[in-house]
Write a protein that binds this ligand. Structure first.
Ligand code: ADP
Length: 614
């Protein structure tokens, strides 16, 4: 069905599936489909009426042909018989019993052979002289039928026909009458009465009814006895008078018969020779019944179509509803996603801002810390300056006196002694250079923030640098380090510098005792997350003074050739700068125990950093 021919209801329904209730659409569809029943009924009625009319016409045709055949068979009979000498003889010698008897015999024989009802012979006065039923109790013989119109007609020389009810027999009959002549002389009238009772039925038992009316419109033959001798139209006065005179019916005043066209379908044919009209009346039910069947089938079919349409509409409606719901859900989801995305974007922006602020704050903090450390170092330098000047003045004074002495020695030609003085000067400048290079560590500003440094590799590096000294001292190394790399916040070089100083101190201490010399190195994470590295030796341990002052710059218990007293001071400062701590103690079983606690770091890449370049 093209879209533009859809009913309005359906179109509207498809455009607006949620507002229009379903029942309304169905009612509209029902009205639409029911309106189709009207033309179907019209067509079916026309079709069946035509069929019934056709059938009735055929039946009527047959009936009329049959009736005509019956009448024609007897029409010529009076003429032929009128020439028979026996009949003339009887008319001429009415008192001669033999002649009359011969006529009776003849009439009876002819009646039997022709199948007529009665044949009788009347003299010109209308008295019946001979009759085929002469021997029966209701014989016509001796009766006068002069009043019958057919008698008068025949006597006047015209062949006559008449329908009427027999006055003697009470039976309906059709009368053919003709004059019996001898030359021009009319001797009498011969009448053949035909029984029409058997023509009152149609062939077979059909629902159609037969109706034959005479010229007056009175029913003379019919398949419905109650219609017999009733007038199908208004009778005129002349007709009534004629009926009263001729007595063709059992009544002189036929009752009207009203046959409604509502009840009957009528097919009529005029029999011109008798003035009769033969009709076949088919009851309307012959049309109505099949039409009703057709309508029932059509209604059932339309109902099925309606139901099918309803189901389709419902399915379509459900589909539309589901699609709309899906679309709405999708829209809501998209909206929610959009809102969430907007929130996330805002959040990301805020986080970025916060991260930036935090980074700035961190940088500020690092800078402040840096500055504090720097300030600490400077103050340390300040406090150290006295010892530094003392430390440097000493060799400087010595250098000056060695140089002065060298000049005096050269003046005296003591070249070897002068060379000895120069060597001592060289050694003293080397010592001064060493002091200065160590002091640089205090003044240097760290360029980089602490980073992730693997502890074990840094320890291995520091040990490798001191490997020859360890071998010389035959130090037994007892390591207790976890397999997994421990990551600490530090600088690669700074950490190695600290570890190197601590190991060097341990080897120095071990060199002061006899073997066995042992060094325990262990590391583990602390409960607070920091990484703790312990170095324990079985040397003499810290002296009480050393425990108290070891962190001070230039504090040393070693000879001037071996110790500058800066190692632990530098280690302590660097460790603090990294957020860690350096603990000095003596082990209960003897020997020094130095513990380095550092902040843990995320797993790093473990490459060597170029930081801390002097
Ligand atoms: P230096 O090593 O030049 O003496 P340090 O600052 O490194 O300077 O050490 C200061 C002092 O701490 C040392 O002179 C020593 O008395 C003491 N000390 C350091 N490490 C040990 C150790 N492992 N065992 C005993 N004493 C130590």
């Amino acid at each position: 069905m093209p879209a533009d021919s859809l009913p309005t209801a359906v179109m509207t329904f498809s455009l607006n599936p949620f507002r229009r209730p379903r029942w309304r659409t169905l009612v509209l569809l029902a009205l639409l489909l029911a309106s189709l029943l009207w033309p179907i009924e019209h067509l079916a009625t026309r079709y069946y009426r035509e069929r019934v009319a056709e059938q009735s016409a055929q039946t009527l045709e047959l009936y009329v042909a049959n009736l005509r055949g019956t009448l024609r068979r007897y029409e010529a009979l009076p003429h032929i018989m009128g020439d028979l000498p026996a009949l003339r003889g009887a008319l001429r010698a009415a008192e001669d019993a033999d002649s009359v008897n011969a006529a009776n015999q003849l009439l009876e024989r002819v009646r039997r052979q022709s199948g007529a009802d009665v044949i009788y012979l009347m003299n010109p006065a209308g008295l019946t002289l001979a009759a085929s039923n002469w021997s029966e109790y209701d014989a016509f013989v001796g009766r006068n039928f002069a009043f019958r119109p057919y008698f008068r007609e025949a006597l006047a020389g015209r062949p006559a026909q008449f329908f009427g009810l027999g006055t003697t027999s009470g039976k309906r009959g059709y009368y053919f009458a003709t004059a019996v002549r001898d030359g021009h002389e009319v001797l009498g009238v011969l009448v053949v009465k035909v029984d029409l009772d058997h023509t009152e039925t149609l062939l077979g038992s059909t629902p159609e009814q037969l109706l034959v009316t005479d010229a007056q419109g009175v029913v003379i033959l019919t398949s419905r006895p109650e219609w017999r001798f009733r007038a199908t139209r208004e009778l005129s006065g002349a007709e009534r008078a004629e009926i009263a005179a001729n007595l063709p019916y059992p009544t002189q005043q036929p009752q009207p018969l009203a046959l409604s066209d509502q009840d009957w379908l009528r097919q009529s044919q005029l029999l011109a020779e008798t003035g009769w009209t033969a009709s076949i009346l088919a009851p309307r039910s012959l049309v109505e019944r099949p039409v009703q069947s057709v309508m029932a089938i059509a209604a059932a079919t339309l109902l099925a179509i309606l139901l099918l349409l309803a189901v389709l509409l419902q399915r379509r409606r459900h589909l539309l509803e589901r699609l709309a719901l899906d679309a709405r859900a999708r829209q809501e989801l998209e909206q929610r996603v959009a809102e969430r995305t907007e929130d996330l974007v805002a959040l990301t922006e805020r986080l970025k801002r916060e991260v930036l602020e935090r980074e700035q704050a961190q940088q500020e903090l690092v800078r402040a810390q840096d500055e504090v450390v720097q300030a600490g170092k400077l103050s340390a330098l300040g406090t150290m300056s006295a010892s530094i000047s003392h430390e440097l003045n000493q060799p400087l004074a010595a250098i000056r006196s060695y140089a002065d002495n060298a000049g005096v020695l050269l003046d005296h030609g003591r070249v070897d002694d002068a060379r000895g003085n120069l060597r001592l000067i060289s050694e003293l400048t080397a010592r001064m250079a060493s002091i200065i290079s160590h002091l640089k560590a205090f003044a240097r500003r760290d360029r980089k923030a602490p980073e992730s440094v693997a502890l074990q590799p840094a320890l291995d590096d520091a040990l490798a640098l001191l490997a020859s000294q360890r071998r010389a001292l035959q130090v037994e190394l007892l390591r207790d380090l976890p397999e997994a790399t421990l990551w600490v916040q530090a600088g690669e070089t700074r950490l190695r510098q600290v570890l190197g100083n601590l190991l060097a101190n341990a080897f120095d201490a071990l060199s002061e005792k006899a073997p066995p010399r042992r060094l325990w190195i262990s590391a583990q994470p602390l409960a607070d997350g920091r990484i703790s590295l312990s170095l324990r030796d079985n040397g003499p341990g810290f002296t009480a003074e050393a425990l108290a002052r070891a962190r001070e710059p230039f504090f040393t218990t070693k000879t001037t050739a071996r110790g500058l007293g800066l190692g632990l001071a530098i280690c302590d400062t660097l460790t603090h700068a990294l957020g860690g701590e350096l603990l000095l103690a003596n082990h209960p079983q003897g020997g020094a125990l130095v513990t380095l606690n550092l902040l843990p770091a995320a797993t790093g890449i473990g490459t060597q950093s170029p930081e801390d370049c002097p």
